[in-house]
Design a protein around this ligand. Structure first.
Ligand code: SF4
Length: 72
């Protein structure tokens, strides 16, 4: 969970920061297919339909990165 906290801090630390810096897909080790059962669709950072609040660019609902966080 440390990585998730770091992601929040890097993203600006506050909700609604429009120019918040996001991780690049390379920094986040993003991939279009998950290594296990966790997918972006089930991540609390996923933003429908194809983006993420902490990772740049287009994000597939079936993708995954190292900042995955379970939806509470
Ligand atoms: S796993 Fe979560 S944090 Fe990572 S790219 Fe997908 S939605 Fe974003």
């Amino acid at each position: 969970m440390l990585g998730v906290g770091a992601a929040f801090l890097r993203a600006g630390g506050t909700a609604g920061a429009k120019d918040a810096k996001k991780y690049s897909q390379e920094e986040a080790s993003y991939r279009n297919t998950p290594p296990g059962l966790e997918t972006c669709r089930a991540c609390s950072f996923f933003d429908e339909p194809r983006s993420c609040t902490v990772v740049e660019g287009t994000v597939s609902p079936e993708g995954w990165c190292k900042y995955f966080a379970h939806v509470e």
